[in-house]
Design a protein around this ligand. Structure first.
Ligand code: TMP
Length: 218
């Protein structure tokens, strides 16, 4: 939060928690308030980052990809995104809505793949520095529902193929870290989609009023 111009909002949650819908919802709210914004996603969001995304999501039957390799690839993608998209956008008063950000690394790589958090913090200090979100919206869903939803969606990627224990570890880290984060909103994403969307809208609009932006009444 080194900038006093554009704001940076990150959406977090398990696969199947409804983040992508939520991003579009926020985009529409911001648009109604005439706030210029872009949606980005992680990993990805730049040409190199999208290549990294393919490596991470695709199955590699002939080579074992070590979890630490994935972690480094994710931070390489993040570096590109910060330098080429996030920093310039915020400087130009363009708001960022990010479909996942660094909390995913702590939850997936730290919780799911059991990588020591010290290594993630080390990478954070080198790469992310002050480019942390002004607001993180966490969509909480129990692993059983998340898995049902991703199976319904169709073919599973490399990460989605993991078992319920993997997703339970991820959720536990999310819940633990989100309660320590003052700049966050938690949504119960187990409920019906229209109720979830209403909750996101109400809580986000409330937060928006605290930003004291010209034209948005407090
Ligand atoms: P998604 O965009 O469909 O959610 O897919 C991205 C996948 O990448 C998802 O399974 C979570 C994973 N991921 C990590 O493991 N660590 C990270 O830091 C990020 C951003 C994503």
């Amino acid at each position: 939060m080194i900038y006093n111009q554009g704001k940076f909002i990150a959406l977090e949650g398990l696969d199947g928690s409804g983040k992508t819908h939520a991003c579009n919802l926020l985009k529409n709210i911001l648009r109604k308030h005439k706030i210029q914004n872009i949606i980005i996603r992680e990993p990805g969001g730049t040409p190199l980052g999208e290549n990294i995304r393919n490596i991470i999501k695709n199955l590699h039957p002939y080579e074992i990809i070590h979890p630490k390799t994935i972690l480094l690839l994710i931070y390489a993608s993040r570096m590109q995104l910060i330098q080429n998209i996030i920093a310039p956008a915020l400087k130009n008063n363009i708001w960022i809505i990010s479909d996942r950000y660094e909390l995913s690394s702590f939850a997936y790589q730290g919780g799911g793949f059991k990588i020591k958090k010290e290594l993630i913090i080390f990478l954070h200090n080198i790469i992310v520095q002050s480019y942390t979100p002004d607001l993180t919206i966490y969509l909480d869903v129990i692993p059983k529902y998340a898995l049902q939803r991703i199976i319904q969606r169709g073919k599973l990627d490399q990460i989605e193929k993991n078992n319920i224990h993997f997703f339970t570890r991820i959720r536990n880290i999310y819940l633990n870290l989100i309660t320590q984060n003052d700049n966050s909103i938690t949504i119960d994403a187990n409920l019906k989609i229209d109720i979830v969307q209403k909750d996101i809208k109400n809580k986000f609009k409330k937060w928006l009023r605290t930003c004291k932006i010209h034209g948005i009444r407090g």
